[in-house]
Design a protein around this ligand. Structure first.
Ligand code: FES
Length: 148
């Protein structure tokens, strides 16, 4: 016989998953469930750390080989939406040069998502701004690097 509590919890989880997929879209839902690129990079060449007006803090780590980003990651103490956006910001940085990185904005992340709740759109801009802070840190540290 089914355990009513288990059945209730399963139903609740299904409902949360359905609502999150509808709100974040397929890609956002996947990253919410499995936030790729989450974690610190111990040997990062660039590190950005920003706190948004919402009070959440985002960090972005960049590792370069020559002119291109070979590894990128993020950390956040924020909500699921900031996790999704941090993951996509790190992904967007991979393989990019500084000149290409400066083109990445909150809109880049939102366009990739396709749909995202209006009230969570600022998370994409925090993620992009943190990525730019990490790039700025790299440019300050890199010997002979010229600003993009
Ligand atoms: Fe703070 Fe999303 S709610 S970054």
């Amino acid at each position: 016989m089914d355990d009513p509590l288990e059945t209730f919890i399963e139903g609740l989880q299904r409902q949360i998953f359905e609502e999150t997929r509808a709100a974040y879209g397929d890609l956002g839902f996947e990253r919410w469930r499995r936030p790729l690129y989450r974690g610190a990079l111990a040997d990062a060449d660039g590190h950005g750390r920003l706190t948004g007006t919402c009070g959440d803090t985002m960090e972005v780590f960049l590792k370069f080989d020559g002119e291109r980003v070979t590894a990128a990651s993020f950390l956040t103490d924020g909500c699921g939406a900031s996790t999704v956006c941090g993951s996509l910001a790190a992904e967007a940085a991979l393989g990019r040069t500084p000149e290409e990185l400066v083109e990445i904005t909150g809109d880049t992340i939102l366009e990739r998502l396709g749909v995202f709740p209006q009230e969570d759109r600022h998370c994409a801009f925090l993620a992009a701004a943190t990525l730019q802070a990490a790039l700025g840190d790299y440019m300050r540290r890199a010997p002979g690097a010229s600003p993009p």
